[in-house]
Design a protein around this ligand. Structure first.
Ligand code: ADP
Length: 297
Protein backbone atom coordinates (compact mmCIF):
# COMPACT_ATOMS: atom_id res chain seq x y z
CA UNK A 1 0.00 0.00 0.00
CA UNK A 2 2.54 2.56 1.21
CA UNK A 3 6.28 3.08 0.76
CA UNK A 4 7.86 5.54 3.22
CA UNK A 5 11.18 7.13 2.24
CA UNK A 6 12.57 8.63 5.42
CA UNK A 7 14.50 8.72 8.64
CA UNK A 8 15.15 6.19 11.38
CA UNK A 9 16.33 7.51 14.76
CA UNK A 10 16.91 6.26 18.26
CA UNK A 11 15.29 8.76 20.64
CA UNK A 12 17.47 9.03 23.76
CA UNK A 13 15.43 10.69 26.48
CA UNK A 14 16.62 12.02 29.87
CA UNK A 15 14.55 13.99 32.36
CA UNK A 16 16.32 16.96 33.99
CA UNK A 17 15.45 19.50 36.68
CA UNK A 18 17.22 22.13 34.59
CA UNK A 19 19.49 22.15 31.54
CA UNK A 20 23.27 22.56 31.95
CA UNK A 21 24.87 25.84 30.91
CA UNK A 22 28.18 25.87 28.99
CA UNK A 23 30.86 23.96 30.90
CA UNK A 24 28.37 22.64 33.44
CA UNK A 25 27.22 19.08 34.26
CA UNK A 26 23.84 18.16 35.71
CA UNK A 27 22.51 14.74 36.71
CA UNK A 28 19.39 13.47 34.98
CA UNK A 29 16.94 10.57 35.26
CA UNK A 30 17.50 7.07 33.88
CA UNK A 31 17.98 7.07 30.11
CA UNK A 32 15.01 5.88 28.06
CA UNK A 33 15.67 4.70 24.50
CA UNK A 34 12.70 4.75 22.12
CA UNK A 35 12.47 3.98 18.39
CA UNK A 36 11.76 7.15 16.43
CA UNK A 37 12.49 9.17 13.31
CA UNK A 38 9.65 10.52 11.22
CA UNK A 39 10.08 7.93 8.44
CA UNK A 40 10.11 4.98 10.82
CA UNK A 41 7.21 6.46 12.79
CA UNK A 42 5.07 6.74 9.68
CA UNK A 43 5.91 3.23 8.51
CA UNK A 44 5.04 1.80 11.94
CA UNK A 45 1.82 3.85 12.18
CA UNK A 46 0.71 2.63 8.74
CA UNK A 47 1.56 -1.00 9.54
CA UNK A 48 -0.29 -0.86 12.86
CA UNK A 49 -3.40 0.31 11.00
CA UNK A 50 -3.12 -2.73 8.73
CA UNK A 51 -1.16 -1.35 5.78
CA UNK A 52 1.48 -3.20 3.85
CA UNK A 53 4.21 -0.66 4.59
CA UNK A 54 7.83 -0.61 3.41
CA UNK A 55 10.56 1.73 4.64
CA UNK A 56 13.35 3.04 2.41
CA UNK A 57 16.17 4.42 4.54
CA UNK A 58 19.42 3.73 6.36
CA UNK A 59 20.61 2.81 9.81
CA UNK A 60 24.21 2.47 11.00
CA UNK A 61 26.12 -0.72 11.69
CA UNK A 62 25.76 -0.33 15.47
CA UNK A 63 23.61 -1.30 18.43
CA UNK A 64 20.95 1.31 17.78
CA UNK A 65 20.63 0.08 14.21
CA UNK A 66 19.91 -3.43 15.41
CA UNK A 67 17.41 -2.19 17.99
CA UNK A 68 15.52 -0.09 15.46
CA UNK A 69 15.46 -2.86 12.85
CA UNK A 70 13.95 -5.17 15.47
CA UNK A 71 11.27 -2.62 16.45
CA UNK A 72 10.33 -2.03 12.81
CA UNK A 73 10.22 -5.76 12.07
CA UNK A 74 8.06 -6.38 15.15
CA UNK A 75 5.60 -3.77 13.86
CA UNK A 76 5.42 -5.62 10.54
CA UNK A 77 7.26 -3.06 8.40
CA UNK A 78 8.89 -4.44 5.23
CA UNK A 79 12.64 -3.79 5.66
CA UNK A 80 13.88 -5.09 2.29
CA UNK A 81 14.98 -1.54 1.42
CA UNK A 82 16.33 -0.45 4.80
CA UNK A 83 20.09 -0.36 4.15
CA UNK A 84 23.01 -0.20 6.55
CA UNK A 85 25.34 2.77 6.04
CA UNK A 86 28.88 1.48 6.48
CA UNK A 87 30.92 3.54 8.93
CA UNK A 88 28.06 5.84 9.90
CA UNK A 89 26.28 5.84 13.27
CA UNK A 90 22.52 5.34 13.38
CA UNK A 91 20.61 8.62 13.62
CA UNK A 92 19.81 9.71 17.16
CA UNK A 93 17.67 12.39 18.77
CA UNK A 94 19.11 13.57 22.09
CA UNK A 95 16.10 14.72 24.07
CA UNK A 96 16.04 16.38 27.48
CA UNK A 97 12.68 16.74 29.16
CA UNK A 98 12.35 19.56 31.68
CA UNK A 99 10.13 19.63 34.76
CA UNK A 100 7.22 21.10 32.79
CA UNK A 101 7.42 18.37 30.17
CA UNK A 102 9.09 20.72 27.71
CA UNK A 103 11.50 19.02 25.25
CA UNK A 104 14.88 20.26 24.02
CA UNK A 105 16.09 18.15 21.12
CA UNK A 106 19.36 17.75 19.22
CA UNK A 107 19.12 15.47 16.18
CA UNK A 108 22.29 13.82 14.87
CA UNK A 109 21.22 12.49 11.44
CA UNK A 110 24.06 9.96 11.09
CA UNK A 111 23.05 7.27 8.60
CA UNK A 112 19.95 9.26 7.58
CA UNK A 113 22.23 11.84 5.96
CA UNK A 114 23.55 9.07 3.68
CA UNK A 115 20.12 8.31 2.17
CA UNK A 116 20.22 9.30 -1.50
CA UNK A 117 18.75 8.76 -4.96
CA UNK A 118 20.49 5.37 -5.22
CA UNK A 119 18.46 4.08 -2.27
CA UNK A 120 15.27 5.21 -3.99
CA UNK A 121 16.39 3.63 -7.29
CA UNK A 122 17.01 0.33 -5.50
CA UNK A 123 13.40 0.45 -4.27
CA UNK A 124 11.95 1.24 -7.69
CA UNK A 125 9.96 -2.01 -7.92
CA UNK A 126 8.43 -1.49 -4.47
CA UNK A 127 7.48 2.08 -5.41
CA UNK A 128 5.89 0.88 -8.64
CA UNK A 129 3.88 -1.70 -6.70
CA UNK A 130 2.75 0.82 -4.02
CA UNK A 131 -0.14 3.18 -4.53
CA UNK A 132 1.32 5.91 -2.31
CA UNK A 133 4.82 7.08 -1.37
CA UNK A 134 5.30 9.23 1.72
CA UNK A 135 8.30 11.48 2.40
CA UNK A 136 9.36 13.91 5.12
CA UNK A 137 12.43 16.16 5.33
CA UNK A 138 14.67 14.26 7.78
CA UNK A 139 16.59 12.71 4.85
CA UNK A 140 18.46 14.76 2.22
CA UNK A 141 16.42 16.58 -0.42
CA UNK A 142 17.92 14.68 -3.40
CA UNK A 143 16.41 11.46 -1.99
CA UNK A 144 13.00 13.13 -1.63
CA UNK A 145 13.21 14.53 -5.16
CA UNK A 146 14.17 11.09 -6.49
CA UNK A 147 11.13 9.63 -4.74
CA UNK A 148 8.86 12.24 -6.36
CA UNK A 149 10.30 11.44 -9.81
CA UNK A 150 9.95 7.70 -9.20
CA UNK A 151 6.28 8.25 -8.32
CA UNK A 152 5.70 10.22 -11.51
CA UNK A 153 7.33 7.45 -13.55
CA UNK A 154 5.41 4.65 -11.80
CA UNK A 155 2.03 6.37 -11.46
CA UNK A 156 2.18 6.32 -7.64
CA UNK A 157 0.88 9.15 -5.50
CA UNK A 158 3.51 11.35 -3.79
CA UNK A 159 2.74 12.71 -0.32
CA UNK A 160 5.15 15.12 1.37
CA UNK A 161 5.15 16.15 5.00
CA UNK A 162 7.18 19.39 5.21
CA UNK A 163 8.69 18.33 8.52
CA UNK A 164 11.03 19.56 9.86
CA UNK A 165 10.28 22.73 7.88
CA UNK A 166 12.89 23.53 5.23
CA UNK A 167 12.84 25.33 1.88
CA UNK A 168 11.96 23.06 -1.06
CA UNK A 169 12.07 23.75 -4.80
CA UNK A 170 8.82 24.57 -6.62
CA UNK A 171 9.40 21.53 -8.84
CA UNK A 172 9.10 19.26 -5.81
CA UNK A 173 5.96 20.98 -4.50
CA UNK A 174 4.32 20.40 -7.88
CA UNK A 175 4.46 16.61 -7.27
CA UNK A 176 2.74 16.76 -3.87
CA UNK A 177 -0.76 15.25 -3.71
CA UNK A 178 -1.13 16.30 -0.96
CA UNK A 179 1.42 18.51 0.74
CA UNK A 180 0.80 17.91 4.48
CA UNK A 181 1.77 20.69 6.91
CA UNK A 182 0.88 21.77 10.41
CA UNK A 183 0.27 25.48 11.02
CA UNK A 184 3.90 26.09 11.97
CA UNK A 185 5.19 24.45 8.77
CA UNK A 186 2.60 26.32 6.68
CA UNK A 187 3.74 29.63 8.18
CA UNK A 188 7.37 28.71 7.46
CA UNK A 189 6.61 28.03 3.79
CA UNK A 190 4.47 31.14 3.32
CA UNK A 191 6.80 33.53 5.13
CA UNK A 192 6.02 36.43 7.42
CA UNK A 193 3.47 38.03 5.12
CA UNK A 194 1.37 34.89 4.69
CA UNK A 195 -2.20 34.74 5.99
CA UNK A 196 -2.65 33.70 9.62
CA UNK A 197 -5.96 31.87 9.26
CA UNK A 198 -5.99 28.20 8.19
CA UNK A 199 -8.26 28.69 5.16
CA UNK A 200 -6.11 31.52 3.85
CA UNK A 201 -3.01 29.42 4.47
CA UNK A 202 -4.40 26.44 2.56
CA UNK A 203 -5.27 28.59 -0.44
CA UNK A 204 -1.93 30.40 -0.39
CA UNK A 205 -0.17 27.03 -0.23
CA UNK A 206 -2.20 25.78 -3.21
CA UNK A 207 -0.86 28.73 -5.23
CA UNK A 208 2.68 27.41 -4.58
CA UNK A 209 1.84 24.53 -6.92
CA UNK A 210 0.99 21.32 -5.00
CA UNK A 211 -1.92 19.33 -6.44
CA UNK A 212 -3.60 19.34 -3.04
CA UNK A 213 -2.94 20.54 0.51
CA UNK A 214 -3.78 19.32 4.00
CA UNK A 215 -3.18 21.71 6.92
CA UNK A 216 -3.36 19.91 10.28
CA UNK A 217 -4.77 21.97 13.14
CA UNK A 218 -4.08 19.95 16.30
CA UNK A 219 -7.27 19.45 18.33
CA UNK A 220 -9.17 21.38 15.65
CA UNK A 221 -8.63 18.63 13.05
CA UNK A 222 -7.48 19.50 9.56
CA UNK A 223 -8.29 21.55 6.50
CA UNK A 224 -8.24 19.90 3.07
CA UNK A 225 -7.87 21.81 -0.17
CA UNK A 226 -8.20 19.71 -3.32
CA UNK A 227 -9.50 20.68 -6.75
CA UNK A 228 -12.02 23.44 -6.13
CA UNK A 229 -13.07 21.83 -2.86
CA UNK A 230 -12.14 23.02 0.60
CA UNK A 231 -13.22 20.76 3.47
CA UNK A 232 -12.81 21.17 7.23
CA UNK A 233 -12.32 17.82 8.96
CA UNK A 234 -12.92 17.55 12.72
CA UNK A 235 -10.75 15.67 15.19
CA UNK A 236 -12.37 13.50 17.87
CA UNK A 237 -12.08 14.93 21.38
CA UNK A 238 -9.52 13.04 23.42
CA UNK A 239 -7.59 13.61 26.65
CA UNK A 240 -4.24 14.80 25.32
CA UNK A 241 -1.25 13.32 27.16
CA UNK A 242 1.62 13.79 24.66
CA UNK A 243 1.27 15.10 21.11
CA UNK A 244 4.57 13.54 19.94
CA UNK A 245 3.94 11.56 16.77
CA UNK A 246 0.44 12.95 16.10
CA UNK A 247 1.47 14.36 12.74
CA UNK A 248 3.23 11.10 11.81
CA UNK A 249 0.14 9.03 12.71
CA UNK A 250 -2.07 11.46 10.76
CA UNK A 251 0.06 11.30 7.61
CA UNK A 252 0.49 7.52 7.75
CA UNK A 253 -3.26 6.98 8.10
CA UNK A 254 -3.91 9.46 5.29
CA UNK A 255 -1.54 7.56 2.98
CA UNK A 256 -3.11 4.21 3.86
CA UNK A 257 -6.62 5.40 3.06
CA UNK A 258 -5.53 7.09 -0.16
CA UNK A 259 -3.86 3.81 -1.14
CA UNK A 260 -7.14 2.00 -0.45
CA UNK A 261 -9.05 4.38 -2.75
CA UNK A 262 -10.55 7.03 -0.44
CA UNK A 263 -10.78 10.56 -1.77
CA UNK A 264 -8.69 13.13 0.11
CA UNK A 265 -11.41 14.46 2.47
CA UNK A 266 -12.44 10.93 3.51
CA UNK A 267 -8.81 9.94 3.99
CA UNK A 268 -8.28 13.05 6.15
CA UNK A 269 -11.35 12.21 8.29
CA UNK A 270 -9.81 8.83 9.06
CA UNK A 271 -6.34 10.39 9.55
CA UNK A 272 -7.69 12.84 12.14
CA UNK A 273 -8.90 9.87 14.20
CA UNK A 274 -5.43 8.29 14.01
CA UNK A 275 -3.76 11.58 14.97
CA UNK A 276 -6.11 11.97 17.93
CA UNK A 277 -5.40 8.41 19.07
CA UNK A 278 -1.67 9.14 19.06
CA UNK A 279 -1.98 12.00 21.59
CA UNK A 280 -3.66 9.80 24.22
CA UNK A 281 -0.40 8.05 25.24
CA UNK A 282 3.21 9.20 25.73
CA UNK A 283 5.85 8.87 23.02
CA UNK A 284 5.46 8.22 19.31
CA UNK A 285 5.46 4.61 18.14
CA UNK A 286 4.04 3.28 21.42
CA UNK A 287 0.96 5.49 21.01
CA UNK A 288 0.01 4.52 17.45
CA UNK A 289 -3.42 2.88 17.22
CA UNK A 290 -4.66 -0.33 15.71
CA UNK A 291 -7.99 0.07 13.85
CA UNK A 292 -9.84 -1.12 17.01
CA UNK A 293 -8.28 1.68 19.05
CA UNK A 294 -9.39 4.58 16.83
CA UNK A 295 -11.63 7.10 18.62
CA UNK A 296 -15.04 7.62 17.01
CA UNK A 297 -15.48 9.98 14.06
P1 ADP B 1 1.96 17.95 14.40
O1 ADP B 1 1.96 16.77 15.31
O2 ADP B 1 2.70 17.72 13.13
O3 ADP B 1 2.34 19.25 15.08
P2 ADP B 1 -0.88 18.56 14.67
O4 ADP B 1 -0.60 19.05 16.05
O5 ADP B 1 -1.68 19.41 13.76
O6 ADP B 1 0.45 18.16 13.89
O7 ADP B 1 -1.60 17.14 14.85
C1 ADP B 1 -1.87 16.28 13.76
C2 ADP B 1 -3.24 15.67 13.90
O8 ADP B 1 -3.32 14.94 15.13
C3 ADP B 1 -4.37 16.68 13.95
O9 ADP B 1 -4.85 16.98 12.67
C4 ADP B 1 -5.42 15.95 14.79
O10 ADP B 1 -6.14 15.05 13.99
C5 ADP B 1 -4.59 15.14 15.76
N1 ADP B 1 -4.40 15.86 17.03
C6 ADP B 1 -3.29 16.54 17.45
N2 ADP B 1 -3.47 17.08 18.67
C7 ADP B 1 -4.72 16.73 19.05
C8 ADP B 1 -5.52 16.95 20.23
N3 ADP B 1 -5.07 17.67 21.27
N4 ADP B 1 -6.76 16.41 20.26
C9 ADP B 1 -7.24 15.68 19.23
N5 ADP B 1 -6.55 15.45 18.10
C10 ADP B 1 -5.31 15.94 18.01
Amino acid sequence: DVVVVGSVNADLVVGVERRPGPGETVLGSDLATHPGGKGANQAVAAARLGARAALVGRVGDDGHGGLLRAALAAAGVDLAHLATAPGAPTGVALITVGPDGDNSIIVSPGANARVGPADVAAARAAIAAAAVVSCQLEVPLPAVEAAARACAAAGARFVLNLSPPAPVPAGLLAHCDPLVVNEHEAAFLLGRDGPGDPAGMAEALRRRGPRSVVVTLGADGALVSAGTERVRVPSPEVAAVDTTGAGDAFTAALCLRLARGDDLPDAARYAARAGAAAVRAPGAQGSFPTPDELPGP
